[in-house]
Design a protein around this ligand. Sequence first.
Ligand SMILES: C[S@@+](CC[C@H](N)C(=O)[O-])C[C@H]1O[C@@H](n2cnc3c(N)ncnc32)[C@H](O)[C@@H]1O
Length: 299
Amino acid sequence: MANTWWEINIISNPDLEDTIYWRLENFGTRGTAVEIKDHNLLVKAYLPSFQAELPDLQELSSSLGEDAISVGFPPPVLNWHLIDEEDWSSSWKQHWQPEEIGDRFLINPAWLPLPPSTKRLIILLDPGVAFGTGNHATTQLCLESLEMHFSNITENQKPSTIADIGCGSGILGVGAILLGATKVYAVDNDPLAVKSTFSNCTLNHIPPDCLIPLEGSVNTVRKTIDQPVDGIVCNILADVIIQLLPEMTAITKSSTWGIFSGILIGQSKAVANALEQNGWIVTNIHEKKEWCCLNARRS
Ligand SMILES: C[S@@+](CC[C@H](N)C(=O)[O-])C[C@H]1O[C@@H](n2cnc3c(N)ncnc32)[C@H](O)[C@@H]1O
């Protein structure tokens, strides 16, 4: 059972894409592929088999049905079966294509050839089982915010040290280094994400002393650094961000900036309030689909 995965197939109205993603993310799926088939949305999601029993899958199906009915759509049709690990990786890899993000990035799956010529910064990725292929709005909002941040800073404000909290595949840390950050501490409480960040550093030829993947969370960064960080990027979920804010604030100084994502638009006020209570000033809110990303600074 250790190397088997649930493949969950969901057929639904395309307007339910974000709701389905949201549920799947909370369910813990790793690697999600989406395609439109005969005007329907087909989502394929994968989960290590030990992480869910049949009743969990039935509950997921009911929750998705309730979500759909509450916004006037018929319940999605779900089916699931077990596949082995090799089939999992080849199956979802087929659906993942290179993607341009913002004005500067191109995310290229590691197993596909590079484009013949591009002025974009290429992030090569093989996320394995970790979150962070770049095709989720919350990741894109972070990469775009990082891009804006680095285009606005002057040469003498570099170098910068960044904490990437909840690094997943390491996509944001790699992006920050390509934009000019000098050091990134990338932490995740999931050991598989840390492993994935390590291998994506190697894939992108990032020197090991520039991007440092660590298993843990904000306190792991606190114990590792000898001075406050210049920036924080954190793409988790609103309630986790709120909960981690005092610890994140403790690793900052007055000039530190922050990028906080994984927040549904309806949750932005609660996160903005928590930031203000912890001594941050919200400078911008960027939105994509139903998600938003708060850019903030300490003063
Ligand atoms: C939405 S993914 C973001 C991945 C990547 N940074 C991106 O933007 O695509 C959130 C990640 O945060 C990790 N995570 C969740 N709670 C955490 C916590 N309290 N401390 C550290 N990592 C956490 C999860 O394991 C997951 O890899």
